[in-house]
Design a binder for this molecule. Structure first.
Ligand SMILES: [Zn+2]
Length: 107
């Protein structure tokens, strides 16, 4: 499975670490029950079809990505950077300053 890292380009999934379900939102700790908190931590669905997960590019740029993929076919239809680097890299790519060497697929 290839994951299209916005910074490095398409990379094999073996370079990434799965970092969790991107569709789950953290409840407000001040206004939640212990059962809801337990569900947030331990309960996950097993979706079939298009889903979003977090993947950490540990053997590349080390950015956290939100990847959209089909859990049935493993087809990846998109990936976006999340976290504090999201906006910084967008402004660099608009000015052409993103690492152009790595965009060609070189390690
Ligand atoms: Zn990367």
């Amino acid at each position: 499975m290839l994951i299209p890292c916005p910074y490095c380009g398409p990379r094999d999934s073996s370079e990434f670490t799965y970092s969790g379900d991107a569709t789950v939102t953290r409840p407000d700790a001040a206004n939640t029950t212990i059962e809801d908190w337990s569900d947030y931590i331990y309960q996950r669905t097993n979706p079939v079809g298009v889903h979003q997960d977090y993947w950490h590019h540990v053997q590349g740029c080390r950015l956290l990505l939100k990847v959209t993929r089909n859990t049935l076919t493993h087809e990846v239809s998109g990936a976006e950077i999340v976290g504090p680097w999201q906006n910084a890299l967008k402004s660099q790519s608009q000015s052409g300053a993103v690492n152009s060497q790595n965009k060609d697929g070189a390690a």
